[in-house]
Design a protein around this ligand. Structure first.
Ligand SMILES: Nc1ncnc2c1ncn2[C@@H]1O[C@H](COP(=O)(O)OP(=O)(O)OP(=O)(O)O)[C@@H](O)[C@H]1O
Ligand SMILES: [Cu+]
Ligand SMILES: [Mg+2]
Length: 678
């Protein structure tokens, strides 16, 4: 149930292209960080030069009488101006009761600022021994924080602007054919379904449609990932956003705007980026803990250093460094960046990942169940034998009856028969009162005769007489065999063969080498199922299944604790696609299957099953690496910042802490960006 709900909202998400997930909350500071960085830098330089404490590193001093006042004014301005994005961010976090990165940074710079005010007061208005102020530390800290966050934002932008790139695939205008000698350039938004548009060589296709004139080859890299020209002729489908090769074509538009293929994919990618996956919820949690961890370690190290050295300045510096270094910025981006990248790599390679959890589940799979027709085989049936058993009917008459009854069905067997009959120029009529018999065939009235087309299971169950030897022979040759019956007897037979997809065999052996057991689930007869399974190397075969059997088999395997993926294309596969831990729909299949799937294979190519497993494996690897770079590094960084190695001279200043914290984010972004499919 739960799962179905998820799917539903997946289909209404095209409106929210504007909305963004939590993690991009601060992306509107993007420009902010940049200009604030440069202006803050200008403020920081005199602060650093005029700060007396810089004497440690500089052999001479620039300070003069009264210069400390200049430092105070500049630093105060810098704190409020440069620190503003962090302070505002912290306010948001505290109001929503989720103290995190911004709160840590704000705590860090506030402690530094307030303490410096105190030092300033002590130095200028009391006779107490010299107290070190922190203004130059504050200045460098703010400047580096701004720089770091600006670079981070850029990196994040690059990793997640796949959507923008996709949107740019569609041209802005199109040439609409109004009449034979009138054409008009119109905006893309003004194209309607059934309009005819002309696409010249080298131009992008403005909308999904069917070629009604001309021939060409088209670069469909947006679905296939590879820039390869696919030949297209009359009646072939074209996808909006793909690029026309050498010929001029006229296209009758079948889908525009939000219904177009590209928009749908963009909607899915967008949704995937906004939904929180389990890994992401985990990283949010860790980020929350990190706040408390940093504050407690910071305070503890402050107290410990006070007890050891009784040096307030030193202790305070350690506190600030801890707060700064623990800024979980990287963590907030660790998972979303990887998923954004993974989803868009998928989409560009014909793998549409509707439910992102499937990427996380994929590594636990023990079984992949596959429907036969359309999944492992082409689903283009040729007719190998047909015969009449009724003396009144010629073989061709039986063939015509088969075609008549099948003519309204879009089952692959039906399409095979109708195409064959059309190619032989045999006429057929329209059926009446057609009724699908799931897992069996169909019934209906043709020329006032009540007829059924069924498989052998039905004949056996209902005790019809038929030629069993002939059946065994046809089936052993790899044929799906269907019978035509009236209420009393079998009046004809048709045997249809299908070709195994080229990449099926490789896919099966790849699965086996990954220790995933391939299982075939088919409604077809045992003999054909065995023949196909043997050719492919599949040992676990379930045949002559009724649609509900597939779901039950999946439940069965699941009840033993296994994770199961189902790959299918038919209406009858929809329940099992939903039932399975991952439902993978073949893109060329029925809409119902596609709606029920968590993942869609646009190219209908079995080798993409392996690509999906690879992508998911690589994605998980990157996520785990990123969790370490985003949070795990604190195991080392925080104690260092707290001064645990001070005894051997390793002490981090707050500014160095800030540099390290930015590094971690940049590493996380680069790591996500280098995610590959294979
Ligand atoms: N329109 C039809 N014409 C003829 N036979 C049909 C038709 N629809 C279903 N059948 C019969 O029912 C059986 C099961 O069909 P179904 O579409 O449920 O198969 P399936 O479980 O998807 O298996 P697969 O796709 O692997 O062949 C078919 O093998 C066929 O014998
Ligand atoms: Cu940060
Ligand atoms: Mg099927």
């Amino acid at each position: 149930m739960n799962k179905e709900n998820e799917h539903n909202h997946g289909h209404h998400n095209h409106q929210n292209h504007e909305t963004h997930g939590d993690h991009s909350d601060h992306s509107h500071h993007h420009g902010d960080f940049k200009s604030k960085f440069f202006i803050s830098l200008i403020f920081a330089i005199p602060i650093i030069i005029l700060s007396p404490m810089m004497g440690i590193t500089l052999p001479f001093q620039f300070s003069f009488k009264g210069s400390n006042w200049i430092v105070l004014v500049l630093a105060t301005t810098l704190f409020f101006y440069g620190g503003k994005p962090f302070i505002t961010g912290a306010k948001h976090e505290i109001l929503s009761k989720k103290p995190g990165m911004m709160t840590l940074v704000t705590l860090g710079i506030s402690v530094a600022y307030i303490y410096s005010l105190y030092a300033f007061y002590m130095n200028n208005f009391t006779n107490v021994a010299h107290t070190m102020d922190f203004f130059w530390e504050l200045a460098t800290l703010i400047v580096i924080m701004l720089l770091g966050h600006w670079i981070e934002m850029n990196a994040v932008g690059n990793a997640s602007n796949a959507l923008k790139k996709m949107a740019e695939l569609l041209p802005k205008t199109a040439i609409k054919i109004i009449s034979e000698d009138e054409r008009q350039e119109v905006k893309i938004s003004e194209i309607d379904i059934d309009d005819i548009v002309e696409v010249k060589a080298g131009e992008s296709i403005p909308a999904d449609g069917i070629i009604i004139q001309g021939e060409t080859s088209i670069d469909e890299a947006l679905v296939t990932g590879e820039s390869k020209l696919v030949p297209k002729v009359f009646d072939d489908e074209v996808i909006g956003g793909s690029i026309n090769g050498s010929g001029t074509i006229r296209v009758k538009v079948t889908a525009t705007g939000e219904n177009g293929y590209l928009s749908q994919v963009m909607g899915l990618v967008n949704q995937a980026q906004n939904d929180k996956s389990k890994a992401e919820l985990l990283s949010d949690k860790v980020a929350g803990y990190l706040f408390y961890f940093a504050v407690s370690i910071g305070l503890i190290s402050f107290i410990v250093w006070m007890l050891i050295h009784n040096d307030f300045d030193f202790a305070l510096e350690r506190l600030v460094t801890v707060l700064v270094i623990a800024c979980p910025h990287a963590l907030g981006l660790a998972i979303p960046l990887v998923t954004a990248r993974s989803t868009s790599i998928g989409a560009h390679n014909g793998l549409i990942i509707k439910n992102r959890e499937s990427v996380e589940t994929a590594r636990h799979l023990s079984y992949i169940m596959m429907d036969k027709t359309g999944t492992l085989t082409e689903g283009n049936f040729s007719v190998n034998h047909y015969e009449s058993f009724d003396k009144q009917l010629k073989d061709e008459d039986v063939l015509s009856l088969f075609a008549s009854l099948e003519s309204n069905s879009n089952h692959p067997l039906a399409t095979g028969i109708v195409n064959y009959v059309k190619s032989k120029n045999i006429s057929y009529s329209s059926p009446k009162e057609v009724n699908n018999l799931p897992g069996v065939g169909l019934e209906g009235t043709v020329n006032n005769r009540k007829l059924k087309i069924t498989n052998v299971t039905y004949l056996d169950q209902n005790k019809f007489d038929y030629n069993k030897d002939q059946f065994t022979k046809l089936a052993k040759e790899g044929n799906s065999v269907s019978y035509l019956i009236d209420d009393k007897q079998v009046i004809g037979v048709i045997a249809q063969g299908d070709k195994i997809k080229e990449t099926s065999k490789q896919m099966v052996s790849d699965l086996l080498s990954r220790n995933i057991t391939p299982v075939m689930l088919t409604g077809d007869n045992n003999e054909v199922a065995q023949a196909v399974a043997e050719k492919l190397g599949i040992d676990d075969v379930h045949s002559q299944l009724m649609p509900e059997d597939k779901e039950n088999i999946i439940k069965d395997y699941q009840s033993k604790g296994s994770k199961v993926m189902m790959v299918g294309d038919g209406i009858n596969d929809a329940p099992s696609l939903i039932r399975a831990d991952i439902g993978m729909a073949i893109g060329a299949g029925t809409d119902v299957a596609v709606e029920s799937g968590d993942v869609i294979l646009v190219k209908s190519n079995p080798s993409d099953i392996i690509s999906f497993l690879n992508l998911s494996q690589n994605t998980m690897k990157k996520m785990i690496q990123n969790l370490w770079w985003g949070a795990g590094y604190n195991i080392i960084a925080v104690p260092l910042a707290a001064g645990i190695l001070a005894s051997i001279g390793i002490i981090l200043s707050p500014a160095v802490g800030a540099i390290l914290m930015s590094f971690s984010t940049i590493i996380v972004a680069i790591n996500a960006f280098t995610l590959k499919l294979n």
